[in-house]
Design a protein around this ligand. Structure first.
Ligand SMILES: Cc1cc2nc3c(=O)[nH]c(=O)nc-3n(C[C@H](O)[C@H](O)[C@H](O)COP(=O)(O)O)c2cc1C
Length: 194
């Protein structure tokens, strides 16, 4: 089964570190994983030109093409975002809007896939739950089945406190536990429903 992970940070730092760890664990468990990072990439916002509705593809020629390919072939999707202004990153908001072009091609293209959310904040309670809710809302709109790690710490997904540094996120044991629980449920759903 194929997993596509999107790191929605504009740089290679804490969120990418967490996502790479998650994908490494999934690889160990037999899943085929691919990652897209927004670091040093060109992802422009949707212009609402409606070109995609007429022409079945996005008019913008940028790195979004790699995300379209990754999403199309995936069984499972991981959205990993740094917290920005109390929610998801601007990169991730642009990516979500731009997937309108995929549904212009085929309404069912994303339906039935399994999705999970990773949120990394500089503060302990900096908006991780709002980011998860946005990701879960996105999953639901597109028919992607959202999973969490369940009660007792990972109600909505994997939540990290980076304290704005790679050294500190490595020490966030509560965050790593929430990732383990969310990954376990993600694997359960993939094995059961795909
Ligand atoms: C523009 C901007 C806004 C941010 N807003 C928040 C915030 O509202 N809450 C929070 O906890 N952290 C916030 N942060 C801190 C980042 O979420 C934190 O440093 C995170 O670890 C960055 O992930 P990265 O290392 O993958 O880029 C913000 C960072 C930036 C650049």
């Amino acid at each position: 089964m194929k997993i596509f992970g999107i790191c929605a940070s504009p740089r290679n730092n804490t969120t990418e570190f967490v996502l790479r760890n998650a994908l490494a664990q999934l690889e160990e468990d037999g899943f085929e994983c691919e990652m897209f990072t927004c670091s040093a990439k060109d992802i422009r916002p949707c212009m609402h030109c409606d070109y995609c509705l007429e022409n079945k593809k996005c008019i913008i020629d940028d790195d979004m093409s790699d995300i379209y390919k990754g999403l199309r072939k995936s069984d499972g999707i991981i959205l990993a975002t740094p917290i920005q202004s109390g929610g998801i990153s601007s990169n991730l908001a642009a990516i979500m809007d731009r997937t309108r072009a995929l549904e212009a091609i085929d309404y069912n293209l994303l339906r039935g896939k399994i999705g999970m959310s990773i949120a990394v904040g500089g503060d302990r309670t900096g908006g991780q739950d709002f980011a998860h809710l946005k990701n879960i809302t996105y999953f639901m709109i597109h028919g992607i089945i959202p999973v969490s790690g369940g009660p007792f710490g990972s109600n909505l997904g994997a939540s990290f406190w980076s304290d704005d540094s790679l050294d500190n996120i490595k020490k966030d044991s509560y965050g790593w536990e929430s990732l383990d629980r969310t990954l376990a449920e993600f694997e359960n759903f993939l094995n059961k429903y795909i």
